[in-house]
Design a protein around this ligand. Structure first.
Ligand SMILES: [Zn+2]
Length: 293
């Protein structure tokens, strides 16, 4: 596998003791070059000690990775597992592994000039959390979960919630005209959260464009910067010429399209899905995942 060989060559030293002296020592079970360290006499390969070091089938992992980062819509875990002849939980674990590698390798972006910002929302999900099971087994110590279950909507006749509520989690999207963009989870819908998240992103000479939420107004007022408010009505999205939030709107559309097949990912994994989308939009190569693992 050339990706693993490339990993070895970038900074070749023993992953166990750091010694640079080594000699070739045959090939591993997965047909990649093995080395023996002259210092500690132990053998290693390009992935020893890395996040991908203990994967039994790196070749199939590579296929899964190409599927995740490819140009076409990623396949579901079950379909991919069937195609690769693996258990679905193996593929799921690999996906979580890739999330952690991508999450730690994405660098911070800086914005300049006209900066568009807006929020999109994702419904909160406690998928697979077993919070109700925990509550019923030990009602004394585990409090009643605050959110209704799906079945409550039919058995108790609850009204399905429409529009924004506390179960809709805000994701701030920021983009500038140079092509820099970012998705960031916000703790809540309050203006102060928006202001706090935006503050380090907006330099003093920038011109933020937004839908005029309180957070953006307060940010502009506090920093004494010009701020363009774009109408909330779809027809009034463009204020004048270059002051619009169409790049952010298009990022939101891409987010919605990307997230839809996952039927509302569990909130604990949402950050992973967001960084996955960022990696896909940035055209990250599978080889980069191997380098930063
Ligand atoms: Zn060594």
């Amino acid at each position: 596998m050339p990706e693993i060989e490339a990993r070895t060559n970038q900074d070749h030293k023993c992953p166990l003791c750091g010694d640079k002296r080594h000699q070739k020592w045959g090939r591993t079970r997965t047909k990649i070059q093995r080395y023996r360290c002259t210092g500690c006499q132990k053998t290693y390969s390009g992935r020893t000690g890395s996040a991908i070091g203990r994967i039994h089938r790196p070749d199939l992992f590579m296929v899964a990775l190409r599927d995740m980062l490819g140009t076409s819509t990623p396949q579901s875990v079950r379909k991919l597992a069937r195609q690769l002849g693996l258990n679905k939980y193996t593929v799921w674990r690999w996906r979580m592994l890739v999330f952690s590698i991508i999450g730690s390798s994405i660098s911070s972006t800086s914005f300049s000039r006209i900066i568009e910002a807006d929020e999109t929302y994702q419904r909160e999900s406690q998928k697979r959390s077993r919070e109700w099971v925990h509550h019923f087994t030990d009602p004394q110590n585990v409090a009643l979960p605050p959110r209704p279950r799906w079945e409550d909507f039919t058995t108790q006749g609850l009204k399905m919630m429409r529009g924004l509520s506390k179960w809709q989690l805000p994701i701030l999207t920021v983009a500038d005209r140079g092509g820099a963009y970012l998705f960031q989870r916000l703790p809540n819908r309050k203006g102060i959260s928006v202001e706090r998240a935006m503050k380090p992103l907006v330099p003093g000479d920038a011109v933020p464009c937004s839908d005029g939420g309180n957070g953006y107004k307060d940010l502009a007022a506090a920093g004494g910067i010009e701020h363009f408010v774009v109408g909330r009505k779809p027809g009034k999205r463009v204020v004048s010429g270059c002051y619009h939030i169409q790049n952010v709107n298009s990022l939101h559309a891409r987010y919605k399209k990307f997230i839809k097949p996952f039927c509302g990912p569990a909130t604990k994994n949402l950050n992973g899905y967001i960084s996955w989308l960022e990696a896909r939009l940035a055209g990250m190569e599978p080889a980069e995942i191997f380098r930063s693992a």
